[in-house]
Each structure stands twice: as structure tokens, then as C-alpha cells.
Design a protein. Structure first.
Length: 137
């Protein structure tokens, strides 16, 4: 079932949203100082393109650096990516079939605001020690 969900998501919203993350990653990598943001954006692009069957957990060793990074991320790219998720979620919720995908898009909007300090793992695999679940598609 997750494969069907992932295929539908890919063609309906995933490819477009992942493109936004990929553009943000390329822009962030151009400026050497923001390479960690580019890596986080690329990681989120791979999650957004194929979300079902995977989950996002809070990394147990994330500390103050992740918090400061998330504040910078919010202003550099997070707000715009979150707006993209909200718009996609609203459009998807206009049809009955799209409502579950819209809900997933709304969940990812919160994640788009602060991706640093989080880790994407396969659902069913053991979580890292001390990690807590944040987003499930």
C-alpha cells in the first residue's frame, strides 16, 4: 500500500515539492557557509519525494547548534518551503482522494520550518537511542 501511496504522491505533489528543496539545496551549496543547510535541504528533498514508509525522528544529540541553525534556516528557505507545503496541502484537500496527501503535506510544512536536528528513518527500523518520532507520512 505504501508503494501505491508513494507513486501517487510522487506524481501529484512530491516531484514539485522536491524540486523546491533541490533548488534551495543548490543555492545553499553555492555559498560555502551555508553548505550544512544545503545538505539538510537535499535530505528533505529525498524524504519529500518518497515519504510513505519512512518517518522523521528528533536526533538525540541535537543541541544548541541545531536550534541556531533552524532559526537561520527559517529565514533563508524554511518559510518559503513551508508556504509551498501549505499551498500544496490546500490544493490537495480540494478533492476527496487528495485529502490524505494534503494532511501529509501539512505535516511536512512544520518539518520544512526546522529540519536541522532531525533524521529520516525507515518505519519499522529501530530508532536511534533516545530519539523521538516527529513526523510520520
Amino acid at each position: 500500500m505504501k508503494t501505491i501511496g508513494n507513486l501517487l504522491w510522487f506524481f501529484i505533489a512530491g516531484l514539485g515539492l522536491a524540486f523546491g528543496y533541490a533548488v534551495a539545496a543548490l543555492i545553499m551549496v553555492v555559498f560555502v557557509v551555508t553548505i550544512p543547510f544545503g545538505i539538510a535541504s537535499w535530505r528533505m528533498a529525498t524524504y519529500v519525494i518518497w515519504p510513505f514508509g519512512r518517518t522523521v525522528v528528533q536526533h538525540p544529540t541535537a543541541g544548541a547548534a541545531s536550534t541556531i541553525g533552524n532559526i537561520l534556516w527559517f529565514f533563508l528557505a524554511g518559510l518559503w518551503l513551508a508556504i509551498g507545503h501549505v499551498v500544496a496541502g490546500i490544493v490537495l484537500c480540494c478533492t476527496i482522494i487528495g485529502i490524505p496527501f494534503g494532511v501529509v503535506s501539512f505535516k511536512m510544512a512544520g518539518l520544512a520550518l526546522s529540519p536541522l536536528g532531525k533524521q529520516v528513518v525507515r518505519r519499522g527500523s529501530p530508532l536511534p537511542s533516545g530519539a523521538r518520532q516527529v513526523v510520520t507520512a
